[in-house]
Design a protein. Structure first.
Length: 713
């Protein structure tokens, strides 16, 4: 074992089991492996969550190493649906890069489900590319045929990878693997310019000189592929008639949902992701052998179910004739052959001894504070601080891994409050080497469980606070996101212009103005008058929510302005009444309730989700009201699961810790019971008593609760 804990070189072909490589630390070993080989390395994660985890950890250890994602289809084997377009685009972007002879030191990160499924041959992907340069002659019809044959989806507005749109002499394309779509401006058959553009605002941006397109679907629909499919389909299943919707659709060159599950029929032969990386090193996630066995059984089971079910259209069921699974998925023999002649490193989180074919990387799982978390007699963060001091005494750096900037800042405050001096915010792993002494550091790193080595210890947010149920942050709705609402705005929809009123959307048009083309939204008003609104002024529009039979306003007419004036007057009257009520409330006084800082941070940290922007805003508004010295009158509105209870919990905490009592009134006994359970769990260990009072509470307990309410305890 090398002194820095990395895998020794040179790398001989064959399997080496690497123990002492817990999740998180395995990414460092993988980065070291890439640097030693100076070539691409394929990493096989056991599932999507582990693929995402090691991708995030690689960004921590080695942000300079490119990562190519090769995810698995998000559908079951032999399903009736196609994979998600974004997943298909990500797969094809990686295959296209590898097919061109990609040799840069990098990581191709994938999952077991993905690598055990065969893929189109590299030669076919390479030959299916389409390249063009600005100021050259390109047949637009030839380009659109290429797009439709290679899995691109025609849309009114380009939003997602794999979309394309045609509007006169402009073709918008979102190629797989690119961060932004491209706008191709034709004059006849001359490609005048290629520009990137923002799919949210539809505004054109930086020019590019060249475009390189790769297929977005693994199942092509060009003439040769269709001919191969028809021939091989008949060879496998006999004659197919019009009652077979798949055969009929492909024969006509139409995309059919789920046709990717017949991938072997579109090519003379298929390859594997291993064939794209001949002789390259492979690293395996822990438990891969067990997951592969399960995967093999799952594929066989789905095939048998399809093969033995009524797949001939009987009983009204659609025809489904599955391709033999060994043609689409790797058998045990093919799986073993994939690793022959290449270095293979299988990670294991548990420490092992060293010997032939086995090395120990020196890592181990970190401490979990579940016992301290459940104890009502111990302060959780006092226990964390003591453990940090023990690690520093052992001459180890300590890094706290948090899920977000907010949780990192909160963790920093709590550590300082409990005696940890000068914790340092760490932006890059390399900065740890510049630290003097044995520091306590904080990083944004979505790590489920911490680990330790001889030199450092990682403590994750989950180790301390329990499972973090991280939700995807909902972005606030802004004007420039108008077109991104699932492309629901289509020709004929009604919209409202802030100055001109209700009009009908006719689509995006390119208008020549001052000698330059401008992308505009075409709007129709009464009398068939037109208004062309530049996309940069799109915030002036909103969707009209009523039925499509509403009369259009007249451009330059007074009806819309009259309706606006009438509505403004009504709003002004309502505002006057509200201001009067608010003024009366401001004249009254209330106790100022301010949360104690240390206890407040600890209470907030127990929330098992990442707060949304709206949730944080509501909490801040409520706590400011409680500290203002005036009565609070606030309504918090949100759908189920949007976090209203957390706002109430934090308001209750501020009030109770200020020495006052709180009543939570629920509409049903079931909800009262649920709230009582939640409040008891969150206030555990705090000097606050939580009681339930409903008709299902025993009489003796209810009497005692009423007595304690009366005497303030």
């Amino acid at each position: 074992m090398a002194a820095d804990g990395s895998i020794p070189a040179p790398l001989d072909a064959g399997l080496v089991r690497v123990g002492g490589a817990p999740e998180g630390f395995d990414a460092k070993l993988l980065a070291d492996l890439v640097r030693r080989t100076g070539a691409p390395v394929l990493h096989v994660a056991r599932d999507d969550a582990r693929m995402s985890g090691i991708t995030g950890s690689l960004k921590i250890y080695a942000p300079d190493i490119p990562v190519l994602r090769f995810p698995a289809w998000d559908c079951l084997p032999y399903d009736r649906v196609s994979p998600n377009p974004e997943i298909a685009a990500a797969r094809m972007a990686t295959l296209a890069a590898l097919s061109q002879g990609w040799k840069r030191p990098s990581v191709v990160v994938s999952t077991l489900n993905a690598v055990t499924q065969r893929v189109p041959p590299a030669k076919a992907i390479r030959e299916a590319s389409f390249t063009a340069r600005a100021d050259t002659r390109i047949d637009p019809d030839k380009l659109t045929r290429y797009l439709s044959c290679n899995g691109y989806v025609r849309a009114s507005t380009v939003i997602e990878p794999g979309d394309y749109a045609v509007r006169g002499g402009i073709i918008d394309i979102f190629p797989p693997g690119r961060k932004a779509p491209l706008r191709l401006d034709f004059f006849g058959d001359v490609l005048e310019s290629i520009k990137r553009f923002d799919p949210a605002s539809q505004r054109s941006a930086k020019k590019v000189d060249r475009i390189a397109l790769a297929p977005v679907s693994e199942a092509p629909l060009d003439d040769d592929s269709i001919h191969r499919f028809r021939t091989r389909y008949r060879d496998l299943f006999g004659n197919a008639g019009f009652e077979d919707p798949l055969y009929e659709a492909v024969s006509e060159g139409r995309k059919h949902q789920g046709m990717e599950h017949w991938l072997p029929l579109f090519y003379d032969r298929l390859e594997t992701i291993f064939d794209y990386l001949p002789g390259r090193a492979v690293s395996l996630d822990s438990q891969i052998e067990e997951v592969y066995t399960t995967r093999l059984a799952t594929v066989a089971d789905h095939y048998e179910t399809r093969a033995t079910a009524s797949g001939d259209g009987a009983m009204g069921a659609p025809v489904y004739k599955p391709v033999p699974h060994e043609q689409l998925y790797l058998s045990e023999q093919a799986w073993a052959e994939a690793f022959a002649g290449r270095p293979v490193r299988a990670f294991n989180p548990m420490p092992t001894g060293s010997g032939p074919g086995v090395v120990d990387a020196g890592g181990k799982l970190g401490k979990n504070f579940s016992v301290e978390r459940q104890s009502s007699e111990l302060n959780l963060f006092d226990a964390v601080a003591r453990y940090v001091q023990e690690l520093n005494f052992k001459k180890k750096h300590v890094i706290f891994a948090s899920y977000s900037e907010g949780s990192r800042d909160r963790m920093k405050t709590m550590l300082i409050d409990h005696g940890i001096k000068n914790p340092v915010e760490l932006a890059r792993w390399e900065d740890l080497g510049e630290a003097k002494g044995y520091q306590v550091c904080l990083m944004i790193w979505r790590l489920e469980q911490g680990f330790e080595t001889d030199d450092f210890a990682i403590i994750s947010e989950q180790d301390i606070l329990g499972d973090r149920l991280v939700r995807q942050t909902r972005k606030s709705k802004k004007a420039e996101n108008f077109l991104t609402e699932a492309s629901t705005l289509s020709t004929g929809d009604l919209v409202v212009h802030v100055e001109h009123g209700v009009g009908r959307y006719l689509g995006l048009k390119t208008v020549e103005a001052l000698g330059a083309p401008h992308d505009c939204l075409a709007l129709e008003y009464a009398g068939e008058t037109k208004l062309y609104l530049p996309v940069e002024n799109i915030e002036l529009l909103t969707r009209y929510g009523a039925d499509d039979h509403t009369a259009l306003d007249r451009l330059g007419g007074g009806a819309w302005q009259a309706r606006k004036a009438k509505m403004k007057n009504r709003i002004r009257d309502m505002a006057e009444r509200l201001i009067k009520v608010a003024a009366e409330r401001m004249l009254r006084s209330a106790e100022r309730m301010i949360p104690p800082e240390g206890a407040w941070d600890e209470f907030c940290a127990r929330f098992p989700y990442q707060e949304t922007e709206d949730q944080l805003a509501a909490i801040e508004d409520v706590t400011e009201d409680l500290a203002s010295g005036t009565p609070m009158d606030r309504l918090v509105v949100g759908d189920v699961g949007f976090g209203k209870t957390e706002v109430a919990l934090r308001a209750a905490f501020v009030t109770a810790l200020s020495g006052y009592q709180v009543a939570i009134i629920a509409p049903t006994t079931l909800l009262a019971r649920q709230h009582a359970k939640n409040f008891n769990e969150r206030f555990k260990g705090l000097p606050v008593a939580v009681h339930q009072l409903s008709r299902f509470v025993p009489t003796k307990q209810a009497t005692e609760t009423r007595k304690r309410i009366a005497d303030g305890t």
